[in-house]
Design a protein. Structure first.
Length: 253
């Protein structure tokens, strides 16, 4: 039987498009399972935990048997290991995961994920004040923009960059493109951090080029926020139009 390299898979724009699962996604996971491909879903989502991600797929009639985790999951673990008091900015339904850590009083770090339309001057200034008083900036990810319902909108990275600029302090970035995130995923499926691997994603910077900077091969899929005309000087190892093309590509590697 052909031996496949480890495969890391983004979620939004690859498996989930808008509020639906992508075409050919069941065939894609059947291909992974039948060929015993070591694989892991590696999402930059701060809107859900891996458990909620799998629940979404189950609601769509798809159960998967590979490991999965999100930037939220890894950030939570990082915070628990490094801080006793933090101020968390994320969706309200996820705040309970930080119970006993989340505080308004002299936090050691501000933890920033997705807060949707709650971004405003008051919130930015509040974060600015905490950081100027000594708090670290912990970013669940630093995406510039995303495409939740077919329309590009600003993501948390835009606001995090503004805080960095104002405070002259760099964020600790947990999710992609942090090399630590990819290496954590490889370790989770039993591979060393310097293993050759594939990463399939719709974000040319955070998924594809970040993979290639640490020796992996990036597969840019054009089902999400990146279009063919967005690919300019920095080239992905591969470009595909669908998960069906991805199956064909991996079969021939």
């Amino acid at each position: 039987m052909k031996k496949f390299k480890p495969l890391l898979i983004d979620f939004d724009g690859v498996i989930k498009i808008g509020n639906e699962i992508a075409p050919d996604v069941k065939n894609f996971f059947d291909f992974i399972e039948s060929n015993h491909i070591p694989a892991c879903i590696l999402s930059n989502s701060t809107l859900r935990t891996a458990e909620l991600m799998k629940d979404f797929l189950k609601q769509k009639g798809l159960e998967i048997n590979i490991p999965a985790f999100t930037a939220f999951d890894v950030t939570l673990e990082f915070v628990k290991q490094n801080y006793t008091k933090v101020k968390v900015y994320c969706r309200d339904y996820l705040l309970h995961h930080f119970e006993g850590l989340n505080t308004d009083s002299n936090p050691q770090a501000v933890v920033i994920g997705d807060i949707g339309n709650k971004w405003n001057y008051e919130t930015m200034n509040e974060i600015f004040s905490y950081v100027m008083n000594g708090a670290d900036i912990v970013a669940m990810h630093k995406n510039k923009f995303w495409q939740p319902e077919g329309k590009l909108i600003l993501d948390a990275g835009t606001f995090i960059s503004a805080i960095e600029f104002a405070t002259d302090k760099q964020a600790i970035v947990i999710g992609k493109p942090s090399p630590l995130y990819f290496k954590t995923a490889l370790k989770k499926i039993g591979f060393s951090s310097d293993s050759d691997f594939f990463m399939i994603g719709d974000d040319i910077e955070n998924d594809v080029l970040a993979t290639q900077k640490i020796g992996g091969k990036g597969i840019l899929i054009l089902t999400g926020k990146t279009k063919a005309e967005d690919v300019k000087n920095d080239k992905p190892a591969f470009v595909v139009n669908s998960l069906a093309e991805t199956i064909s590509l991996l079969s021939n590697q």
